[in-house]
Design a protein around this ligand. Structure first.
Ligand code: AMP
Ligand code: GLY
Length: 431
């Protein structure tokens, strides 16, 4: 197998795949120091689809798993399939569910999928006219991929107009050439994951992310500073409602449009007073949500991915540990702004032999001097517990044993489920 990516999500996927008795050899590109414990990391140019296909042929790769969205939106899965290589992940056409917010909103409108009311614009003047009598707050979104930065929630008209102008003036590059303006939804957010084979959707699990960099959900947005699974708000009834009103109609509409969706479908939901509404789709596992999902997965991930690729999801089921999992992201000081690289990290070895705590590497490298940070989000300290409070306690205890003076983390991951962690129960990072 070949796994594409270098984050904590890919370390979690590599770790789960490495447990499969079906796996004979796992390569990863580019990988990281944690992934290197489960896979042989190779240096390939993921943007050069032909070179990936050549590698697959030369190494008799039977399945490629694509972790991040950018190569999917760029058509890597299409080009590999055209070369006869099996791939887990959607075509470029189907990846528009993440690659174009306007595409997804139009699909929801056609299929009657609950989502915020919206307008879709390709010029500033029309967008500003639509905004003139729009309720506040208004949500302004760059249409394309913007690494999680393309969404502005404007509380007043001046900032809404400024956001529209910024998008069209190139603040998000080509991603902002089209803009979606939508109504603000109130409720609690949850993430829902389903495995799809083009026709059938198998519900996986739910999770809750923490996007803001600071305690109490303050400061700028990040890729995610911590997560837990399951999300208590997602009752069985809400999961069934989400499958019936959002996921299955999406799969049917995509198949009808001639772009069947194969891969993992990650629905960002707002649980409103009138039920679940779709905020957005991602066409991949979440990061750090995959880390808590893989920690809870009882079944063989490779069997599940193979069933999705082969159109056989109606023949499989999936089991999860009842215990919740929680992950704390340790990031380089300065993230999501500028940060230093190559700062030393110690203490991981001592944590290794516990079955309910696992440290996934998100941005690390191994040097002669030892393990160093090599990215913004660097470690995902993940634990299973008999409840979320217990998982939180175990994760933070492990965090406290890691020595990384140049790192930081939120001290309140899981607060919605258990209340904030008191300062004195968290050991500081020492160095
Ligand atoms: P992302 O697109 O993942 O960067 O997410 C942007 C965030 O903006 C979401 O996680 C929500 O918190 C928020 N958001 C996006 N659309 C809406 C909406 N229509 N109403 C309320 N909040 C929204
Ligand atoms: N954690 C949010 C994401 O993966 O998009």
């Amino acid at each position: 197998m070949l796994l594409i990516g270098s984050g904590g999500r890919e370390h979690a996927l590599a770790w789960a795949l490495a447990n499969s008795p079906l796996l004979t050899k796992l390569y990863a590109t580019p990988g990281n120091a944690g992934i290197a414990e489960e896979a042989e990391c190779v240096s390939l140019d993921v943007g050069d689809h032909q070179s990936i296909a050549d590698f697959c042929r030369d190494n008799r790769i039977e399945l490629v798993v694509v972790g991040p969205e950018v190569p999917l939106v760029a058509g890597l899965a299409d080009d590999l399939r055209a070369a006869g290589i099996r791939v887990f992940g959607p075509s470029a056409a189907a990846a528009q569910l993440e690659g174009s917010k306007g595409f997804t909103k139009d699909l929801c409108a056609r299929a009657g999928i609950p989502t915020a009311a919206y307008g879709r614009f390709s010029d500033k003047a029309t967008a500003l006219r639509y905004l003139a009598d729009h309720a506040l707050p208004a949500v302004i979104k760059a249409d394309g991929l913007a690494a999680g930065k393309g969404v502005i929630i404007a509380e007043d008209r001046a900032s809404a107009e400024a956001a529209v102008a910024d998008c069209f003036d190139g603040a998000f590059g080509a991603a902002g050439a089209e803009v979606v303006i939508e109504a603000f939804l109130e409720g609690e957010e949850a993430s829902f994951f389903a495995l799809c084979d083009g026709r059938t959707a198998l519900p996986l699990a739910t999770a809750q992310d923490h996007k803001r960099v600071g305690d109490g959900d303050t400061g700028p947005n990040t890729g995610g500073m911590g997560a837990y699974s399951p999300a208590p708000i997602m009752t069985d009834a809400l999961i069934e409602q989400t499958m019936a009103e959002i996921i299955r109609p999406t799969l049917a509409a995509m198949a009808e449009a001639g772009m069947p969706y194969q891969g993992v479908l990650y629905a960002g939901l707002m649980i409103t007073a009138s039920g679940p509404q779709l905020i957005e789709y991602n066409v991949r596992f979440g990061d750090p949500e995959a880390q808590v999902l893989m920690m809870r997965l009882k079944d063989d991930l490779l069997v599940l991915l193979n069933a999705a690729v082969d159109g056989e999801l109606d023949r499989v089921s999936v089991r999860w540990h009842d215990e919740p999992a929680l992950t704390v992201v340790m990031a380089a000081k300065g993230y999501p702004g500028a940060y230093q690289k190559n700062t030393p990290i110690d203490g991981l070895e001592a944590l290794d032999n516990s079955s309910d705590v696992k440290v996934f590497h998100a941005g690390t490298a191994r040097t002669d001097a030892g393990l160093v940070a090599a990215g913004g989000r660097v470690l995902n300290v993940t634990a299973l517990g008999h409840d979320i409070a217990d998982a939180q306690d175990k994760a933070y205890r492990a965090v406290g044993r890691i020595t990384w003076p140049d790192g930081f983390y939120r001290t309140d991951i899981g607060w919605r489920a258990v209340g904030a962690v008191g300062d004195d129960s968290v050991e500081p990072i020492t160095g």
